[in-house]
Design a protein around this ligand. Structure first.
Ligand code: ATP
Ligand code: MG
Length: 565
């Protein structure tokens, strides 16, 4: 491709709309342009990389025995109503109505449709097991679309669904996808971690996420280098860490704590440490209110809470008016004693002694509180966020934590959708069984963001070879020097003839501009045709290396051709 003809609108300045490096670089490299929040056009370079990611995913899915098909994105409401997800998705689903008043949505994920396809098209147990997939545009009206392709409202996903008649069959289908995912993310050049994930909300028996560690990741992951344990925060099991508490048989005491609202203010006021206080937070879960307690130095994990409560909506902090009504006090003084709504305590709270809580009275707290004597939680469970240094639930060594970008998710669904939509089959013994499903997603467009987050420097993107939009850029240093230009053209032609994905920077620009662009768009190899071309010598510069190598034209051509093999 001639760069003089390529639509590659690179930007020198960092666009104000982009907070994270991958988003900035995709805009600066002229790969994508924003149309609306979370909605992007792919310009030629962006589209080439997208197609490459898709192709790697496709090849590995095919190799794993999955069959590709393609479903519409515009979907009638009925299937989602039958599964209950028309409501569950709520505002996250783009809903629309046709001219006849019939409800439709833009597909956020396709469990229902694949289940129905199998229901309609598969009639014999001999056709199982079966894994189907598609690479398709998905729509989710995300509350916080951001970070470019990382969290879009329109994005490309590979979604696969497996159908088995036995649990062992599901385990096998799942393992095949697990292995395919490992190959895919390796080929994409991603350094990834596989974590145990929560399967509560969707109802299933196992789930793992493929995470790319990155400070801009939106998921917390806990891992242990000693034993290899890794889980996301929702799933990570918290081990109780016992702390020192005031020892003795103290009386419950109500204390006047004017203008003390936060833990910091309270610990300062009482001259204690945060762990000697228990936070009591009131949540609205569907239509009821619950009080949730964690130690003062801990945070509540709302997904664990949601799973424990089994509510459909995400639990939300109760509005101030409700807090006032429940506690008879201003916000900030809630406590478990006499609160009148169910108290859910994190298990660590039950190891606390002589601690402080809000008194359900404005400007008052209780101190020297003891469970059993002063109140009894209704439910005790693991409700907190795991933290760096906590004991690993498997081996007890200190846990490490990191932020991760979820690039893939594999999930043993069980019979949730097959039961909801009536997908059954006779098994080989003639018994009717519910078909057992798994679902497997990859954020195809998100993978591009993740790859850039992991592979860049101050000059731009450093594409892994496998997903670079082009592999080589031939740059004549002086566009007015006939020999340089004609030799560059000759090298370009030869590489084209050999099937290399090559660019030639034939723009009438200064060499500095060309080098800058080449670095910004992340082309793995640059062949610079300059003054030494009289001796048949060019500069061979790899994007991952800081210094170029001098070599003969033939060597450079050979080297590039062999890189593609
Ligand atoms: P998240 O927790 O990040 O919202 P999810 O768990 O809702 O994602 P899944 O339903 O598991 O997502 O979708 C499969 C994959 O699709 C995810 O692993 C992720 O890589 C990708 N994905 C999900 N939502 C988005 C989005 N809004 N933009 C880009 N990719 C997405
Ligand atoms: Mg997920």
């Amino acid at each position: 491709m001639r760069m003089s003809k390529l639509l590659m609108p690179t930007l020198r300045e960092v666009p104000a709309e982009a907070e994270i490096v991958s988003h900035q670089l995709m805009l600066r490299a002229g790969m994508i342009r924003r149309l609306a929040a979370g909605i992007y056009s792919y310009l030629p370079l962006g589209l080439r990389t997208l197609k490459k990611v898709e192709q790697i995913v496709r090849e590995e899915m095919d190799k794993a025995g999955a069959l590709e098909l393609l479903m519409p994105a515009l979907l009638p409401a009925e299937s989602y109503q039958a599964s209950g997800r028309w409501e569950v998705f709520g505002d996250n689903m783009f809903k629309l109505r046709d001219r006849n008043g019939r409800d439709f949505c833009l597909g956020p994920t396709h469990e229902e449709l694949f289940t129905e396809t199998v229901l309609n098209e598969v009639h014999s147990y001999k056709e199982y097991p079966l894994t189907l997939y598609q690479i398709q545009t998905k729509y989710r009206d995300e509350g916080r679309p951001r970070f470019g392709l990382m969290r879009g409202r329109e994005f490309v996903m590979k979604d696969a669904y497996s159908f088995d008649l036995t649990k062992e069959g599901l385990d096998k289908s799942y393992k095949a996808m697990y292995d395919a995912y490992c190959r895919i993310f390796t080929r994409l050049g991603l350094d990834y971690t596989i974590v145990d994930a929560d399967s509560g909300a969707m109802g299933g028996s196992g789930s793992q996420e493929f995470m790319v560690k990155s400070p801009v990741g939106e998921d917390g992951i806990a891992y242990c280098d000693a034993c290899g344990y890794a889980a996301n925060y929702e799933k990570a099991e918290c081990v109780v860490s016992e702390k020192e508490f005031p020892e003795g048989d103290f009386q419950l005491e109500k204390i006047y704590t004017p203008n003390v609202h936060t833990i910091e203010e309270l610990t300062e006021f009482l001259g204690t440490e945060p762990h000697v206080f228990a936070k009591t937070i009131i949540y609205k879960a569907d239509d009821k209110y619950v009080a949730v307690m964690v130690r003062g130095d801990r945070e509540i994990n709302e997904v664990k809470l949601k799973n424990l409560l089994g509510c459909t909506e995400d639990p939300e902090l109760a509005p101030p008016a409700a807090v006032r009504e429940i506690t008879n006090a201003e916000v900030g003084f809630a406590g478990p004693i006499g609160i009148g709504i169910p108290v859910y305590a994190d298990k660590e709270v039950t190891f606390m002694k002589n601690f402080a809580v809000g008194a359900n009275e404005t400007d008052y707290h209780f101190k020297n509180v003891n469970i059993g004597r002063d109140f009894e939680p209704d439910v005790v469970a693991d409700l907190r966020v795991i933290e760096t240094g906590d004991a690993c639930p498997h081996c007890g060594k200190p846990i490490k934590t990191a932020q991760g970008i979820e690039v893939g998710h594999i999930f043993k669904l069980g019979t949730k959708y097959s039961d909801a939509l009536g997908l059954k089959s006779l098994d080989e013994n003639g018994n009717t069984v519910s078909v057992i499903m798994g679902c497997y997603g990859i954020g195809v467009t998100r993978c591009i963001s993740a790859a850039i987050e992991q592979n860049h420097d101050e000059n731009g993107i450093i594409w892994p070879y496998s997903i670079a939009p082009y592999h080589v850029c031939v740059v004549p240093v002086n566009h007015k020097d006939e020999q340089q230009v004609s030799e560059a053209e000759r090298i370009y032609d030869e590489l084209l003839l050999n099937g290399v994905e090559v660019l030639i920077d034939d723009r009438p620009e200064r060499a500095g501009v060309k080098f800058k662009d080449c670095d910004l768009i992340g082309i793995p190899v640059r062949i610079v045709v300059g003054k030494k071309i009289g001796e048949g010598i060019v500069e061979f510069k790899e994007r991952t290396k800081s210094e170029p190598e001098l070599m003969s034209v033939e060597e450079a051509v050979e080297k590039v051709i062999s890189m593609g093999k």
